[in-house]
Design a protein around this ligand. Sequence first.
Ligand SMILES: [Zn+2]
Length: 624
Amino acid sequence: MKKFLVVFLFIFVLFFENSFGETNIEIDVNISENYSVYLLTWSITPKYGYYYPYGSEFKIKLPRNFEIINISDDDGEVRFFTENYTLHLFTSRNIHYPNIYRFYIKFKEINNPVHCDNEFYFRSYFSSKDFSILRINLPDFAKNIFVKDKEYGRVYNKSLTFYGDDYGYISLFFLRDNGDDEKILLNFKKFDLEIPKRYEKEIYPIAKKIDENAIPALEETFNKKINKTLIKFVPQPKENWICYFQNDSIYCGVGILLDYENIAENIIHEFTHYFISKTIGDGLPPWFEEGIAEKLGNEVSYLIGYEKDINFSIIEECKNELKHYFWKEWECEIFDCNSSYLNLSFVGKCEQRYGKENMRYIFSFYAVNKSIDNNFIKSVSSFFQENNIKIESDAKNKNSIVVLLLDLFQGKKEFFEEFKMIENETDFITYFKRFEEAKNKIEEIKNISDFDFYEKPKKILSYSLYYLFNGNLSEFEKNINISLELSKSIMEEANQIKNEIQKINSSLTCFHDFVSSLIEEAYRNYAYANFDESIKYLEKAELEKSIIDKRIKDFNKTFSEIKENFLGNIFSNDLKDIENYILECNLEKAEKKIYEIDKNIKILEICLFAVLVTFLILVFIKYY
Ligand SMILES: [Zn+2]
């Protein structure tokens, strides 16, 4: 089988100004080796009592890169023109109930065929409020078909049908048996890029610019150097996404390789998410995070020469339609949250017309762009890195956290309020002030201490910030209190140890050499805030000191006894030596000598006594 693969990126939006009828759409997808052709059969039936006069206008939005092959009705060619990817069609006759009128629109996608793995990817944005049936006829070889998140192993007649009252994305994906596509790994300084080999020539220069100019610009904005990452182009089997990142790798759908203009923007957008994750964390509400990613995606890609058109006219047109749950719903899709926000949506006109995704991204981009600048991003990113904290994806009160950031780093709130992204948020600034008070208090305590003993309470304090920026107020308070109490008790213990050291120190003499080295060790540990060690050395020092003091006392006692003894004079030279030893602070030698003398005196005393006794015995014998 010949290897060929095709991707469709087909944005398809229908809209009507006034609807007096029922319309059905049927799309035949045909893939040839050179391009893919769509035959769109659009059936219109006026409602009972209404009619469409000759020349009624109908509009349909077609993919960006399309070329009309021909448009006709059952009678022949019809009048049409295209403007901004919108095709305007005019009926060639009056249509009365219950007649069915059909437009046959045949067009091809200019960029096709694009070869990519074995998948066919078809994405359609549709709103069926105004038409009742959308039917998509797939090629014969389609299998394993996914629509939204649902898998259809098999569809009847290779045809998918969607009925009215549905709106949103249809992501259609199907497989065909085919061989592998050859891949290539392009190496750059900041990332490796894995792409199908046939894109190498077009993608290489874009990727090189991203590597050399865009990444350094983002590093500057986030005040953060990043490690080398891997960007992989992979099939998009199920969900509706362009790029995402996971485990230090960025995955982009092969579909975006079609769109050379936006590929830089999309990759930079994803890199922005990557930077946010590495600095601020994964827990920003999507309206804020996507806004930042869009802002930097556009700014930085413009910097390296790629510009993107954005339809800002919807801001004025649609802002009044926005409700708080519109943004909450988005948050709920990404994070677990109060499910009451889901499935609550009332779909407004704008949402029908432009699609939910478009509304989300354009408004987020617009509001973020008007509210914060790159200095804001740099300050926030630096703040999170300095304090070693992150907003986790399970953070509570995400909107309040954003408001706090806006308050702290000079962002504006008006647009977020006007667009209902934030509404009645908890005021976290008062909590932040408590943090600052505690910080100052600990700083004060530190300043009146000999050394900085407050590493631990400071750590606990800065961890309280982690709790605050994760919306956990009770843990925040707990940590603040613990850090304050700990600082105070450290200060008290430090003072006690210091007093004890001074007390012992002042009572030391030259005989306490060893004791004073123990005291030094106690002080050294005190200076490093190893209070337990310090106390151990103090206790040892006290014990040693008491031993030495006892030796001195005993020595003094013996010394004065010898001096008072009538035999002491015999040893007067030795006693002089001892006095010199004492002057030299040599207690050991003095002790040795004194105890020798003491011993000798005792022997002498015994001898004298013996002589005396012998003498007395002799006298006794002689006279009696
Ligand atoms: Zn994004």
